[in-house]
Design a binder for this molecule. Structure first.
Ligand code: XUL
Length: 498
């Protein structure tokens, strides 16, 4: 009988399911359910409830619960061999929190603040101060205090709705809420997603008493235990129509799951996702935190650490430059081909929107030795700056990338990948990963259930890059960027001072 493992992913806009046949090394089912379309009664837009305050972003947890039921209904309709599923694990958008009453089912708060919420700057300041500042906060919990992280969100809830907070018996993450529904119990929080709360001692992997105290009263009694990401909770609740022996695992965050879904199992293997925003993430063996508080350290499902940095002005900035010079993507690519690495020392800082890394509150575009009328030079300067920013702001990790996997919409552009390879001095390959989090969850289910195969054996055949997609660094260009990065750093510091 085939050994099947199911991975689910509750992201901002949709719930996805991926079923793998472990022995055949094949995906046997792949489906997604878009919240706005499948569950219009919740009136979400792109999975989020409309709100007059642009800083507030909430979603209805009931919508996620109903989507889970619908997905299983759909799988039964599609004839998926659910009886052969050995174990189920899942991935959730990170940071979002769900507030449950003592019965473990009814909600003490009808909505759930999600990762897009940035309404908690005051609470971040309060928590950060109590823990001793940016570097101390990052050292204790893996990240500085961030608006979207769960601690600041819990603190705001306690301050603004103390009675509802008092009635909350259990606080879950999106991941642990859905794991709990599957297992019919209150689920633990795994170390990977727990690290995105500003509440977990990143090294001891236990709740951090001072962080709990700085966040809200009686918080310890509302939080479940923390466990490794391959922890089996128990059998899947009978109502989902699986085999009675099918095991439910804890769920993790989408980024830790993607790390597995992309096969990043060794230090130096890095993924760069070129989406609306750009993210740079990879595995880290020894825990090192970012003293500037820009980057994050989470726990990898393998038990190692993982690092993540997020640049807001990613494809968004490339689109702005493309439109400024009335180009299409093919035209943009031609501009990259027409210009030379280093671009005669031109530097462009593309902070069209407030930036996360480096922290920029006042948007602004800054040019150094660059004529705004020169379309080709501006196109190249933007991509070079984005890659140099990644190199500069990942130095705290002290992990030299040895292989980069490029994903996301922007990764189809050869010119962009060549600049990435040259700036990072590292080969870059493309990988097709629209569902890396769900795939990662299915692989985590296999690891948790089978135990004995090592991680490399678990992911083999599931996480290969696109054949012949590798771009290698050009040694002459590498030398140019080794020198230019210093100028880039000076320009960045100068622009930040302005
Ligand atoms: C990571 C983060 C996002 C969400 C998206 O810190 O906020 O990547 O996990 O789902």
């Amino acid at each position: 009988m085939a050994r099947l493992f199911l991975g689910l992913d509750c992201s901002t806009q949709s719930l996805s399911a991926i079923l793998i046949d472990y022995d055949a090394r094949q995906l046997v089912y792949d489906n997604s359910l878009n919240f706005d379309h499948a569950l219009p009664q919740y009136r979400t837009q792109n999975g989020v409830l409309p709100c007059a305050d642009p800083l507030v972003k909430h979603s209805p947890p009931m919508m996620w619960a109903e989507a889970l039921d619908l997905m299983f209904q759909q799988m039964r309709k599609d004839g998926v061999p659910l009886q052969d599923v050995r174990a189920v694990a899942g991935s959730g958008q990170q940071h979002g929190s769900v507030y449950l009453k003592a019965d473990g089912r009814s909600l003490a708060r009808p909505t759930s603040p999600i990762w897009m919420d940035s309404s908690t700057s005051v609470e971040c300041d309060e928590i950060r101060r109590a823990l001793g500042g940016v570097a101390a906060m990052a050292e204790a919990t893996g990240s500085d205090a961030f608006e979207r992280f769960t601690a600041a969100q819990i603190r705001k809830f306690w301050k603004t709705e103390p009675e509802a907070y008092r009635q909350t018996a259990h606080i879950a993450l999106v991941s642990s809420y859905l794991a709990g529904l599957l297992a019919g119990t209150i689920a633990p929080i795994d170390h990977g997603d727990g690290a995105g709360m500003n509440l977990m001692d990143i090294r001891a992997r236990q709740w951090h008493p001072r962080a709990l105290e700085a966040t809200a009263p009686n918080l310890a009694e509302k939080l479940p235990p923390l466990t490794p990401s391959t922890h089996l909770i128990g059998p899947v609740s009978r109502r989902f129509g699986l085999n009675e022996n099918a095991a439910a695992l804890v769920w993790s965050g989408d980024n830790p799951c993607s790390l597995i879904g992309l096969g990043l199992l060794e230090e130096g293997q890095v993924a760069i996702s070129l989406g609306t925003s750009y993210t740079y993430f990879g595995l880290m063996k020894t825990c090192r935190t970012d003293p500037r508080g820009e980057g994050h350290v989470f726990v990898s499902p393998t038990g190692d650490y993982m690092t993540l940095i997020c640049f807001k002005n990613g494809s968004l900035a490339r689109e702005r430059i493309r439109d400024q010079y009335h180009l299409d993507w093919a035209g943009y690519e031609r501009m990259l081909q027409q210009t030379k690495p280093g671009n005669n020392g031109a530097i462009l800082l593309p902070w069209f929107e407030p930036e996360i890394v480096p922290r920029v509150h006042q948007p602004g575009v800054h040019r150094f030795d660059l004529d705004e009328r020169d379309a080709a030079a501006n196109c190249r300067a933007l991509v070079e700056a984005q890659m140099m920013a990644m190199r500069l702001h990942s130095q705290w990790m002290n992990v030299r990338p040895r292989r980069i996997l490029a994903t996301g919409g922007g990764s189809v552009n050869p010119g962009v990948l060549q600049i990435m390879a040259d700036v990072m001095n590292c080969p870059v390959a493309r990988i097709e990963v629209s569902k890396s989090a769900a795939l990662g969850a299915a692989l985590i289910a296999a690891k948790g259930f089978l135990r004995s195969p090592d991680w490399k054996e678990i992911v083999a055949g599931f996480t290969d890059p696109i054949p012949n997609s590798e771009v290698r660094p050009n040694p002459d260009a590498v030398k140019v960027y080794d020198a230019l990065i210093e100028k880039y750093a000076r320009c960045e510091a100068e622009a930040l001072r302005r």
